[in-house]
Ligand binder design. Structure first.
Ligand SMILES: [Zn+2]
Length: 437
């Protein structure tokens, strides 16, 4: 009985797979990815222009050219280096399906060089640690990367040990391109109108400031910028930055008696008050933190910059209150120093908005399931371009790319990671079309 059932099931699966034979894209996600990582698109901190580095335009112009070649419409590169395009829907009435946007960022992290990336393909990976050839001290270990156990038989892509790979987020770029390419090859796959964008400067947090939400024209969007297969995020930090200043009085130390007020001691006192169980180095998961990360120590004027991070707004408010109470305590101890605090908002947890659109994550979970991927929701201990866009009337959760170890030399992705993510994206646009019927 059992084997007859298994046979029948196998037959059914074969028949349904044949019914949906999909022509491959003109160029596979993997091949696109290997081309894109060769283009250096590293962004730079503290620049006044967007894009922060001109070289990002090399990839922007290439993606725009390729979008035109595969049949996307309204392709343009904005003055800020953002690539926009539209993929026309192929339904009898496209207006019944919301326009869905897909975004990936083109830049790579300023933390590690992205110049002369030499991608290495570890074909038919058979387990064990991966030593990167140009620097044997760079080792991707199974102990630190348990996801490797799921990649047996896969082709793993790494850098050579001297640069990052740029999987973050050229994986997303390649996967979105391969999705569009596949849809163009397969008019039998039904979908509504899609909006596509590739953005610069995500890593320095400025690219999306110049994003034309109205011109983009999507009702909802997804960033394709997450990590391992299955990881979907509809939640990020709510984030603020505090600046605490300590105003003293400097004078020549030889004649300073009774005149000098050394602001450094007040700054040190303030630092000593930080709760040890509320720091990045002592927290994980859903627990937020306060993090003094930069400062100036000087007699006349000292200052500290502090990150405040939490998933929950009331807990973030409590952290801000704590920092303000600490100011009052230091002020009381150093009455001659003027201590002041200023807090600005960086971004908010997108869940505040996305909780009203559960279909966005539900559809992504179903799209993953159809691609044979078990997905899960993971809150991001950071922000995404979606955290900004979501509060500009474009609800935007984040989807996986298959990549791991972002911003470092141990970054990797795999053939299956790129292919399965592309498959998930194609399923996703179909699901939106099915649900609108
Ligand atoms: Zn990224």
């Amino acid at each position: 009985m059992k084997s007859a059932f298994a046979f029948l099931l196998g037959l059914l699966i074969t028949v349904s797979a044949q019914a949906q034979t999909v022509k491959p894209p003109k160029e596979a996600a993997m091949d696109r990815f290997l081309r894109y990582v060769k283009i250096d698109t590293q962004s730079a901190e503290d620049q006044t222009t967007v894009p922060s580095t001109r070289k990002q335009l090399n990839l922007a112009n290439l993606l725009a050219k390729e979008l035109k070649e595969i049949g996307a419409q309204n392709v343009r590169v904005s003055e800020f280096g953002i690539v926009y395009a539209t993929v026309a829907g192929n339904l009898t009435d496209n207006s019944k399906v919301p326009v869905i946007g897909f975004l990936a960022h083109m830049d790579t992290s300023p933390a590690v060089s992205g110049e002369n990336v030499n991608a290495i393909i570890h074909k038919n990976y058979q387990g064990g640690d991966i030593v990167l050839p140009k620097d044997p001290t760079q080792v991707i270990t199974v102990a630190k990367n348990p996801v490797l156990k799921e990649l047996i038989g896969d082709d793993i892509i790494t850098a050579d040990g001297t640069t990052l790979l740029g999987s973050d987020d050229k994986s997303g770029c390649a996967e979105i391109m391969a999705m569009v390419d596949t849809l163009m090859q397969n008019p039998q796959i039904k979908h509504g109108t899609l909006a596509i964008a590739f953005t610069p400067d995500e890593e320095v947090g400025t690219g999306v400031d110049k994003f034309d939400v109205k011109g983009f024209g999507a009702r909802f969007a997804y960033t394709v910028d997450g990590e391992s297969l299955g990881e979907i995020s509809n939640e990020t930090w709510s984030a603020r930055t505090a600046t605490v200043t300590f105003q003293g009085k400097s004078t020549h130390p030889g004649t300073a008696k009774g005149i000098m007020v050394n602001a450094m001691y007040a700054a040190a006192d303030y630092l000593s008050r930080f709760p040890k169980d509320m720091l990045p180095e002592t927290t994980e998961g859903r627990v937020g933190f306060v993090h003094p990360y930069a400062g100036v120590i000087d007699v006349e004027r000292s200052s500290l910059k502090i990150l405040l991070r939490d998933f929950d707004l009331s807990r973030l408010d409590a952290k801000e209150k704590n920092l303000r109470d600490m100011v009052a305590q230091t002020q009381a101890k150093f009455p001659e120093v003027k201590v002041a605090i200023e807090v600005k908002e960086d971004y908010k947890n997108m869940k505040e908005v996305l909780k009203n659109y559960p279909e966005l994550t539900d559809n992504a979970i179903e799209a993953s399931r159809r691609a044979g991927i078990k997905s899960y929701l993971r809150p991001i201990r950071g922000g995404t371009d979606g955290s900004t866009l979501t509060f500009e009337n474009l609800p935007t959760p984040n989807l996986f790319t298959g990549g791991t170890n972002f911003h470092g030399k141990l970054e990797f992705n795999s053939r299956r990671g790129l292919e399965k993510t592309t498959e998930m994206l194609i399923n996703l646009v179909q699901i939106f079309a099915e649900k609108a019927k």
